[in-house]
Structures are given as C-alpha cells and as structure tokens.
Design a protein around this ligand. Structure first.
Ligand SMILES: CC(C)C[C@H](NC(=O)C[C@H](O)[C@H](CC1CCCCC1)NC(=O)CC[C@H](O)[C@H](Cc1ccccc1)NC(=O)OC(C)(C)C)C(=O)O
Length: 330
C-alpha cells in the first residue's frame, strides 16, 4: 500500500499542516507531521474548553471504531516549552489512501497556551522513532511503524516547499519530486531521532568547509539550528547582521538578499543548497527592513536541527527499513 497528503505551510512556513482522517465516519483534522517526536495527539471533545480557540476537535464518542485504552495516559513537552497531556484511544487513522486500523490516538485533556493560540493546528502526528512515545503504562507505535509492514517500500518522504503546499508520501518515492540523485546517509536512532551527520557547509560561492555537523531531520522545527561556529561564519559575511538579544537570535537586513547556504550530504560531494532568501525568515518589525534569521544557533540542544528552513530546500526520504535518510535537490 501507499498513501500521502498535502503539507500546507502556515505563515512564514513556521509549520506545515496535513489533513488526517480519524474514526468512523471520518473526522478530518489538520495535523503537524513531526519527525522530531513520536506521539499522535489531537485536540478533542475532552480538551478543556478554555484551552480551545478554533481548533477542530476529535470526538471518540462519534466514532464507531474508537476504543478507549482504559488507564492509559500521555504527557509531553517540546523543545519550545509547549506541552499537552490526556488519555488514549485506538481508532482508524488514514493519510490519503493509507489506512492504519488500530492507531493510538492520544486525546488532549489539556494543552499549553502555545497550542491554544495556534488555531489552525489540531494536533501532532509524530514520525520519530517509537522510543520517544510518551504513553504510559505501555508506549504506543507511530503511524509509520504501524503502516510499515503493509507499505510497498518501508519509507516516507517529505517534500516541503517555501510558501506553497508540498507533500508527505508513504510507501513510495516519487521520481518526479526531485532532481539528480538521492544520497543516502546513515541514521543514529539511539536518541529516537532521525539523527545524521553532515560533513560540512559552504557559504555563497565560497569553498566547502569540512566540519562534522551531527543533527536531526526535524519537520516540526521551523528553523535550521547549527553550531555557533557555523552560524557566526555565515552572518559574519553579511554587513549589518548581528545577534539581537531582544529577539534572542541573529537578525539581518532583509535586502540585499543574503548569501546561499549549502550543507554537505554524504562523502562524495553532494550538497543541499538553501537559497539566501530562505535565511530571511520573517521581518522583525513593521518597517520590513530587518529580518529574523532562518539559521540560528543550536547551543544548549546538544545537536543541530535541520528544520523546515533546511528541509524545504530538499526532497527527503526517511527509510525505516534501512534506517537511513535520503537527501536530494529539487
Ligand atoms: C517530547 C520528546 C520526546 C520529543 C521533543 N521533540 C521536540 O521538541 C522537537 C519537535 O519537533 C517539536 C515539535 C513542535 C512542538 C510545538 C508545536 C509545533 C511542533 N519542535 C519544537 O519544539 C521546536 C519548536 C518550533 O521550532 C516552533 C514551532 C511553532 C509552530 C507554530 C507556532 C509557533 C511555534 N517554531 C518556532 O519557535 O519558530 C520561531 C522560532 C520562528 C518562532 C523533545 O526533543 O523534547
């Protein structure tokens, strides 16, 4: 089997939302597919009313296929400090033509203010490794883990785009979605992430800098978070760029367009090139002359994060069979 659905960007590509159908008859929610976590949780009829502002709610009592996992709970907190918690049902979940009949659907009873204010986001669908799932007393499998045995090929692909809808596909690699070759690299799943190592980077037309950058491919993180040495080398090339402590990040003049940024993939010279305009993440004020940088530091995290700013320049294969990542330009 195969499946897939569109991934529609919210403002500034801060996140991408994908329609997912849950239950019988189907209830369609727009979820943030997140390779940086492994819980499928949704706003629901059980979410406290004061914490719901516009989200679509999954109501298990309206689904003939919902089964409550009595005594099961979940509680999660993310890198940005947001959190949610609740109870667990099993129900039918589909992404396009791909259906998992008995998927753990974690219903939120409470969500933090960041989720309440993100009115188009009805929940998350985690595609990290199973070790990250927070359900107690027994961890639950991700949608991909449940679907994998039936997939034509044990893969899903991320084809996120700048400012326009892209796609997540399951079970196949669309040859029309990328250019050139796909370069596969090994993944270290010991921390539950799609964790890989880039051999280095290049700035604009400059020479390639060999320096290992170990980091995760994370569709749920908006920016590209890199070691401070790389970040200061990049912004050091841009007059007027500086670290702005009030914004808690590097800012730069929105024009002229900043230099491209390339990160290496594999050991035979392949690279993904981010057009400089991706580094103008968003204007910081009303004037529109200063932009918040799409590349920021990873200090305090312990690894780099190849988030949406990086992923939207690539076609990425998440291979659950060989536990590798495939990177291609597009
Ligand atoms: C629970 C663990 C097992 C796994 C857990 N994983 C993560 O925290 C990484 C994961 O990818 C999480 C998943 C996100 C949680 C918050 C909602 C959106 C998804 N990523 C994160 O926690 C990283 C947070 C994102 O980068 C936010 C997301 C966002 C979206 C919309 C509006 C505002 C903010 N962007 C964001 O802050 O963008 C700015 C900087 C431009 C404002 C961890 O490592 O702790």
């Amino acid at each position: 089997s195969t499946g897939g659905a569109v991934a529609t960007p919210e403002d500034h590509d801060v996140e991408y939302l994908t329609p997912v159908s849950i239950g019988t008859p189907e209830q369609i929610l727009n979820l943030d597919i997140d390779t940086g976590s492994s819980d499928l949780w949704v706003f629901s009829s059980e979410t406290s009313r004061s914490e719901v502002k516009g989200q679509t709610l999954y109501d298990p009592s309206n689904s003939s296929t919902a089964q409550k996992l009595e005594g099961y709970t979940w509680s999660i907190s993310y890198g940005d400090g947001s959190s949610s918690a609740g109870e667990v049902y099993l129900d039918t979940v589909s992404i396009g033509a791909l259906t998992v009949s008995s998927q753990a659907v974690e219903v939120a009873q409470k969500v933090s203010s960041e989720f309440t204010s993100d009115s188009n986001n009805d929940g998350l669908l985690g595609l990290g490794f199973g070790s990250l799932n927070t359900v107690q007393p027994n961890a639950q499998k991700t949608f991909f883990d449940n679907a994998m045995p039936a997939l034509d090929s044990p893969v899903f692909t991320a084809d996120l785009k700048a400012g326009i809808p892209g796609r997540y596909n399951f079970g196949y690699i669309d040859p029309n979605a990328y250019t050139g070759n796909i370069t596969y690299v090994s993944v270290d799943d010991s921390q539950g992430f799609w964790d890989w190592t880039s051999p280095g980077y290049a700035i604009g037309s400059g020479s390639f800098e060999n320096t290992t950058i170990k980091g995760i491919a994370d569709t749920g993180t908006s920016l590209l978070l890199l070691p401070s040495s790389v970040v200061s080398a990049y912004y050091g090339k841009i007059s007027g760029a500086k670290y702005d402590s009030t914004q808690a990040g590097y800012v730069l003049p929105c024009s002229p367009t900043p230099p491209d940024f390339a990160f290496g993939v594999g050991d035979d010279g392949a690279a993904i090139v981010l057009p400089g305009k991706y580094i103008n993440y968003a204007p910081t004020g009303s004037s529109g002359t200063t932009c918040f940088g799409g590349i920021q530091g990873d200090s305090g995290i312990g690894f780099a994060i190849f988030g949406d700013v990086a992923l939207k320049a690539a076609f990425v294969v998440f291979d659950g069979g060989s536990k590798t990542l495939g990177w291609a330009s597009k």
